[in-house]
Design a protein around this ligand. Structure first.
Ligand code: ZN
Length: 154
């Protein structure tokens, strides 16, 4: 059997990548899953994975994955649509990606994701402010020549 290290799905040996995940990550062996601290599907109930956070889009999901990888927290990213909840009743309200970690790591992981979210917001604010300042400077540059070039009235 082969496994997706991203969502934890199990596949036949003939399958090379995961059809459920974005960018179709290559599947890995059971040994590699264990090396990464990830449970195989039939082991899931022995090791409880709980939600550490959700991401509304694949970019955010990837950022979160990187953060948790960095801190070596085992992680399963489950597409929201593959949950047990009927799509008809929830529509687009379901989070795009659910990030699952071992319950023993949940508090740490949730904190890391929260910090990451705040940081992302700060970056966005800074970028907005920089763009605004640039605009102001452009405005000043356009006005400057007009101020100086006006010939004396007499
Ligand atoms: Zn997958």
């Amino acid at each position: 059997m082969r496994y997706c290290a991203r969502c934890g799905s199990e596949y036949q040996d003939s399958v090379v990548d995961c059809t459920d995940c974005p960018n179709h990550p290559p599947l890995v062996s059971a040994e590699e899953m264990h090396e990464r601290g990830l449970p195989l599907p039939h082991e899931l109930d022995q090791r409880r994975f709980v939600r550490a956070g959700v991401a509304d889009d694949p970019v955010t999901a990837q950022v979160f994955v990187d953060v948790l990888d960095e801190h070596r927290i085992p992680l399963i990213v489950r597409p929201g649509r593959s949950g047990v909840v009927d799509e008809l009743t929830t529509g687009n309200l379901l989070p795009w990606w659910e990030l699952l970690v071992p319950d023993t790591e949940q508090a740490r992981a949730a904190l890391l994701l929260e910090e990451e979210k705040i940081q992302t917001r700060v970056y966005a604010d800074e970028a907005a402010r920089a763009a605004e300042e640039e605009e102001l400077e452009d405005e000043r540059a356009r006005q400057a020549p007009a101020d100086n070039s006006a010939p004396p009235a007499y």
